[in-house]
Design a protein around this ligand. Structure first.
Ligand SMILES: [Zn+2]
Length: 101
């Protein structure tokens, strides 16, 4: 079962996390499972929270249709790499962490 990463980043966001199933809005293909820390919208996807996919490079793209979904950035407050998502680029669904392989 997937174990949530518990670190200062998680603590900063209130210590509660969920697993999101993130899919491409364009073609519907699964992109990754993702640990979302704390409440609020998914605007950035931190590289260290991807669960079943290791993104590389400046762009986050759908592995199926190639659509660009976001651009790499450094979240300065935490000196932490993330992809800033384009508006409406992905869909997400909360799933139980027990459902993960
Ligand atoms: Zn796609």
């Amino acid at each position: 079962m997937y174990k949530f990463q518990k670190d200062r980043f998680q603590k900063n966001r209130g210590g509660a996390s969920r697993v999101l199933d993130v899919t491409c809005d364009h073609c519907g293909q699964h992109l990754t499972y993702y640990q979302k820390d704390g409440p609020g919208m998914l605007k950035r996807m931190y590289v260290d929270r991807f669960i079943d996919y290791r993104p590389e490079g400046d762009k986050l793209a759908c592995q199926s249709c190639g659509r660009e979904l976001g651009l790499i950035m450094n979240y300065k407050k935490e000196d932490r790499l993330a992809y800033r998502l384009f508006a409406g680029a992905v869909n997400k669904k909360i799933i139980s962490q027990n459902k993960l392989p």
